[in-house]
Ligand binder design. Sequence first.
Ligand SMILES: [Zn+2]
Ligand SMILES: [Zn+2]
Length: 295
Amino acid sequence: MAPAPVPVPHTLERKPQLGPLRALQPMHPRLGPWCPRLGPSRRPWFVCDILGIVFAVSTWVLTFGTAWVTTRELFLPARDLAYSLANGLLLHLQAALGLAAHARAMLTDPGAVPLGRAPGSAPDARCLWCCSAKPPRAHHCCVCGRCVRKMDHHCTWVNNCVGEDNQKYFVLFTLYMGLASLHLLLLLGVPVLRSHARGEWDRHSTVSPRRSLMYLFLVALIAFLLNSTMFAMQMYSICTDRTLIERLQRDRWLPRKGSPWSSLKAVFGHRVSLAWLSPFASPEPPRVHEHHWMV
Ligand SMILES: [Zn+2]
Ligand SMILES: [Zn+2]
């Protein structure tokens, strides 16, 4: 099927300094022709950034590898079948939900502003990089090559921007990965603390842990620190209705519009339900952004 023609606003056609039609296309060299360049947020979305792809694939490989080593070293050798089943199912459920949220954060349009759509906008309201009409609170991402509504930051781990339309998935990714990491830390640490409390070993003991357990501990500790920190920062951004970029650009802070509760509902959905915790449930039907074009 041939791609839809690019709508060219008259204001852009009459401005020779903006260049030919290709000026409306993403200008970042890492964006290939098979990347979506315009259209509604429900279109398939993928950022063609080599570094981001490596990081995103590493996330999946590390998660699967850690789950396999955990099963082999902790659950299979355990004599208590109920303990192994309960903890194994819970840990793998958290990891699976985290990976599902990761996939949706990576493959969901974060809120890219359509290229070249500038009905009635002033020339100085256009982005200098992608020539789109820049709504309030939108920022241009050099990696994605697009302006993104309520852009918080570009995350290499999910190979995508975190913006208005995929923030829920990113928050759930950090939440479930943080919970899985904490669960693994407890599985590793509680038996050690118990044996220490029973006096079975002390700091003068010469017994050293297996390398596989040290690997699990280091991966779980680093993942827990990263994900819990990012989750706390995201919740702070949501509750204060300030993106990370807006917090850094203090002189451009906008007046706050709602309460933390209304900000939470704007990200996770206006109807409070278990869908808030599901990476498979979209927060809301496509929201109306027409007022954004009145810039
Ligand atoms: Zn832009
Ligand atoms: Zn980006």
